[in-house]
Design a protein around this ligand. Sequence first.
Ligand SMILES: [Zn+2]
Ligand SMILES: [Zn+2]
Length: 165
Amino acid sequence: MKIPILHLEDGIHQYDFLVKGGSLHFYREEVYPHDLKVHVELNKFEKNIQCHVEVDTMGHYVCDRCLDEYEHAYHGTFDVLFHIGLKDLETDEEEVILLPPETVDIDLTDQLVENLILGVPMKMLCDENCKGICPGCGADLNHEACTCTEDPIDPRWLKLKELLK
Ligand SMILES: [Zn+2]
Ligand SMILES: [Zn+2]
């Protein structure tokens, strides 16, 4: 995801990247097996390069409750501000990446990976009303009925079972 900046004119520039799913190699990448569409709107003004990035893909998740796999559209956005020159900067409000004056291109891959990692949901649910798996009989309660309470064992039989041991 390199963007050449050495001879870039001031103004707004648009870039589109298609990042192959599974090509970035980061922790939790299994959540993003599909290609990523990345759009960058770059605004260069004097020594500043402001990038607004939008990323779209299909996330691949495993439900916490029923362990079913499901997919859901992922849309992420982030902004990165670069500044060419190491000393003459007078801002402390935003996080700025300083670039040596001879910098040929910028690369937004690290920030993209960071966005994707932060985008992994803490809780994954195939559906808000997912009923999950019965801890007793293991039935997937979305598709089948629980069987573990159907035939409660007669306490007298339990006694007999114990005697037989
Ligand atoms: Zn589920
Ligand atoms: Zn059950």
